[in-house]
Design a protein around this ligand. Structure first.
Ligand SMILES: [Zn+2]
Length: 73
């Protein structure tokens, strides 16, 4: 079951919500456990799947042996 990461827009608390894709599609009601606000926004960028024990992200095409100009600052 995937874990969706949300952030409370009121206090900035990060919330991890475990839900099935079906539940997600129906619309999750995420309530901040810290301040009780329902103004939560989905956080993208760090996608976690339970059961998977993979390492850090995938191979990067930037900052690698074939990094082009403009990469790596
Ligand atoms: Zn909050």
């Amino acid at each position: 079951m995937p874990i969706y990461e949300y952030a409370c827009t009121a206090c900035g608390e990060q919330i991890e919500v475990q839900a099935t894709i079906a539940e997600k599609e129906k619309g999750l009601k995420v309530v901040c456990p810290k301040c009780g606000s329902r103004k939560t926004a989905r956080v993208f960028g760090s996608f976690t799947v339970t059961g998977a024990s993979r390492g850090q992200g995938g191979p990067s095409t930037c900052c690698g042996p074939q990094a082009g100009p403009g990469c790596c600052g």
